[in-house]
Write a protein that binds this ligand. Structure first.
Ligand code: SAH
Ligand code: SF4
Length: 362
């Protein structure tokens, strides 16, 4: 990455931003209300450059740009699905590419954001996993997807973004140095309620514990996909490092946190993890940590011949879990025609991924 020593205004938490700006303006003999003006430009007016901050004197704009940068992701392409789902491919300052998805439903507009360029976890059912890991995103690059998407939604009359899910590319809890500040920035800076933000993890135990200890009520989704360690190991390499019993113990701590909500994501793959005898063990786990279960039909990806479970089998799971007293829903698949559905995000073309994989093998 090009070395740029200037702090990125979008990566600072609101407390850090206030302190840095006050110090900057006081060193220039400027009144302290200048800090408040800049905060407004960042969090309310979503300025993506210092030049836009027209209520600062020209000399102050220049000094501010010399001291700080604003690295917002720039739209590279935008694709719209026939079901209204919108996928953005963002270009970051070093040329890296990541994706985010806007998903409109009747009463909500959910934004699905990426936490890393690529992912190192290598889950066998996920296109991001097959593409390998490029780098962590910064807090500003994570929050920047929200800013840029909000601006796009405004300009296209799509309404306000009501929910944010960390379910795009990457494993958020493998990038905790950036995830924690990004949550603070979205919540305290941009005012997105903690209960409207969901962090999805494949089971990074130390990260679950850290989230359990945070005072805010961010929601947690565990990508479970199998109710036993043996089966889970075949889908998720991380299961060997953090086996299911350890993950569940961490989830119990999260659940004990009071008012915090856990969701299990269960991607249903025909003949792999949809045997009816798995319904009982899955229900037991959900009841143990009071988890809501989302059943997700598997979305086809290159490199894998697997297909989704039949609608009847998914129905069987839904009914079986409900009969055991588990709250459950079948998640409607959105944006498959533009490769925007769960697990389909790649950030790069298949040709680029093939080249990268070939290089990695050398
Ligand atoms: N790394 C995090 C968040 C990103 S993945 C995690 O794994 O939780 C977002 C969700 O999509 C996860 O629940 C993941 O298991 C699911 N997913 C991945 N590949 C999929 C596929 N091909 N079909 C359906 N869901 C998939
Ligand atoms: Fe990474 Fe999540 Fe995909 Fe697994 S499912 S490879 S953790 S993005």
């Amino acid at each position: 990455m090009a070395a740029d020593a200037r702090p990125d205004l979008l990566s600072l938490t609101p407390v850090e931003l206030r302190a840095s700006l006050e110090e900057h303006f006081s060193s220039r003999g400027q009144p302290s209300y200048r800090a408040g003006q800049v905060e407004k430009w960042i969090y309310e007016r979503l300025a993506s450059s210092v030049d836009e901050m027209t209520d600062l004197p020209a000399a102050e704009r220049e000094a501010l740009s010399e001291a700080f940068r604003i690295d917002e992701p720039v739209p590279d392409t935008v694709q719209r699905s026939k079901d209204g789902t919108v996928k953005h491919l963002w270009r970051l300052a070093d040329g890296e590419l990541v994706e985010s998805v806007l998903i409109p439903t009747e009463r909500r507009l959910t934004l699905c954001i990426s936490s890393q360029a690529g992912c190192a976890m290598g889950c066998t059912f996920c296109a991001t996993g097959w593409g390998g890991f490029d780098r962590h995103l910064t807090p500003g690059e994570i929050a920047g997807q929200y800013r840029a998407s909000r601006r796009w939604a405004d300009e296209n009359d799509s309404g306000p973004i009501s929910n944010i899910v960390y379910m795009g590319m990457g494993e958020p809890l493998a990038n905790r140095n950036a995830i924690h500040p990004s949550l603070t920035i979205l919540n305290q800076g941009y005012g997105v309620g903690a209960r409207r933000i969901t962090v999805s993890t494949v089971g990074v135990v130390p990260g679950i514990v850290e989230l359990a200890e945070r005072p805010e009520q961010f929601r947690l989704a565990l990508s479970l996909h199998a109710p036993s360690s043996e089966l889970r190991r075949e889908l998720i390499p991380l299961e060997r490092r953090h086996p299911l019993p350890e993950v569940l113990a961490a989830l119990e701590r999260f659940d004990d946190g009071g008012g915090k909500r856990i969701t299990f994501e269960y991607t249903m793959i025909a003949g792999v993890n949809d045997a009816p005898q798995l319904i009982g063990p899955l229900g037991d786990l959900a009841l143990r940590v009071h988890a809501f279960v989302n059943l997700i039909p598997f979305n086809p990806i290159p490199y894998q011949s697997w297909g989704p479970s039949s609608p009847e089998r998914i129905r069987d799971f839904e009914r079986g879990l409900a009969a055991r007293g588990v709250s459950v829903a079948v998640r409607e698949t959105r944006g498959r025609d533009i490769d925007a559905a769960c697990g389909q995000l790649r950030g790069h073309t298949l040709v680029q991924i093939d080249r990268k994989r070939a290089r990695a093998k050398v």
